[in-house]
Design a protein around this ligand. Structure first.
Ligand code: ATP
Ligand code: MG
Length: 140
């Protein structure tokens, strides 16, 4: 399988609950290499730009309010097949439907406050990594 990079975000709910360390331990424990990482408070325009694909969804306002209410941890994660592997480690969007051993089962609260984000395709992973780490190249 090809080595890929994906964008992971530890969302405000997980940061508020002191779960950064637990999530990073699961991430590294599953074989991901953290190639870049920073803790930031997203502005409303930054969050709206990042989630622009969802702007017509009924929960968009709620999502932007949630994602900007406190700091997040943004990570470029590398592994074989990283895009699918990270979504598998996160589990379903709704933590109640996420399998045991997944991040959202362990740390998610509900369908909106679900602890982490992950890119949903390799193309979007490139766009999203570049959104937060512009100019970020292999080998850093
Ligand atoms: P993410 O993109 O954050 O990795 P996902 O790909 O599993 O999550 P999406 O359908 O892309 O899920 O939704 C983006 C985010 O919007 C979800 O992670 C969640 O925070 C929020 N969300 C999705 N569905 C709902 C809903 N029905 N009510 C409230 N918030 C929702
Ligand atoms: Mg998504």
């Amino acid at each position: 399988m090809a080595v890929e990079r994906t964008l992971g975000i530890i969302k405000p709910d997980a940061v508020e609950k002191n779960n950064i360390g637990g999530i990073l331990a699961m991430t590294e424990g599953d074989g991901f290499v953290i190639k870049a990482m920073k803790m930031v408070r997203l502005s409303v325009p930054q969050a709206e730009g990042f989630y622009a694909v969802h702007k017509e969804r009924p929960f968009f306002g709620e999502l932007i309010e949630f994602m900007t209410r406190g700091p997040v941890v943004v990570m470029a994660l590398e592994a074989d097949g990283a895009v699918k592997k990270w979504r598998d480690l996160m589990g379903a969007t709704n933590p109640a439907e996420a399998p045991e051993g997944t991040i959202r089962k362990s740390f998610g609260t509900n369908i909106g406050e679900n602890a982490t984000h992950g890119s949903d395709s390799l193309d979007n992973a490139r766009i999203e990594v570049n959104y937060f780490f512009p100019g970020f190249e292999v080998g850093i």
